[in-house]
Ligand binder design. Structure first.
Ligand code: SAM
Length: 225
């Protein structure tokens, strides 16, 4: 995503009650339902960019609580500008690095994670920054509930092939995969998905369940015997 420094973005993000930077977010660990004032499925988008997807789903699927995570303050501010007029009680933002996820959520606190069109980081020396690198998948599996799931979309085929491998190597149970996801199966689309579809690019898609915890794996094995 093009980087343009916008003066005043840090101050605006820091001043908003809708935005949780590292200190406020870690203080909320295990207590996100309290913040939203209700127990409801907790849905997280990692690397939300300008937040178009979340502003839409939070409105059309009010039964869930939503958190959008983003590193760059300019993006957080653009997401805020979309959300503020909507005044949605079920949408908040995390302004921090996804590396911190295990400090932000208790084990099993999140029900669904979206990773939409993350930066591909094609050079192997940057592979650790990919949001589907093994270290990130471990963080996601720690915070996802036993019935949780992760949805990943990209326009970048090399990143998709790499990710298919990392999900499997990390023990995730892949439920659905598409090399060219039909629009009618896509649901609400993100800013990037809209852009790549307009350019006629195929959209790669994967939905996976986290690795079974030791006791779950033993149970599954016993049922199979
Ligand atoms: C290419 S954009 C995609 C935006 C949006 N998901 C979409 O589909 O339109 C990827 C976003 O991920 C953010 N990002 C990359 N690495 C991150 C990290 N480690 N933690 C939080 N956000 C990150 C970037 O700042 C960027 O805004």
């Amino acid at each position: 995503m093009r980087l343009r420094k916008v003066p005043g973005s840090r101050e605006k993000a820091a001043a908003s009650p809708l935005v949780f930077a590292e200190d406020r977010a870690t203080a909320q660990q295990g207590k996100w339902a309290e913040l939203f004032g209700r127990t409801a499925p907790l849905v997280l988008e990692v690397g939300m960019g300008r937040g178009r997807f979340l502003a839409t789903v939070a409105e059309v699927q009010p039964e869930n609580n939503y958190l959008g995570l983003e590193l760059r303050e300019e993006m957080v501010v653009e997401a805020l500008e979309k959300a503020e007029p909507l005044n949605l009680p079920n949408l908040r933002y995390l302004w921090l690095n996804a590396e911190l996820l295990p400090e932000i959520f208790a084990v099993g606190e999140v029900d669904r994670i979206y990773v939409h069109f993350p930066d591909p980081w094609p050079k192997s020396r940057h592979a650790k920054r990919r949001l589907t690198a093994p270290a990130f998948l471990k963080r996601y599996s720690q915070i996802l509930s036993a019935k949780g799931e992760l949805i990943f979309k990209t326009d970048d085929e090399p990143l998709f092939r790499y990710s298919q491998q990392t999900f499997r190597e990390e023990g995730w149970r892949v439920q659905e995969e598409y090399d060219d996801l039909p629009l009618e199966k896509s649901g609400v689309i993100t800013e990037y998905e809209g852009r790549w579809r307009r350019h006629g690019k195929p959209i790669f898609f994967l939905r996976a369940l986290p690795p079974l915890a030791a006791e779950g794996a033993a149970e599954a094995e016993a049922t199979e015997q």
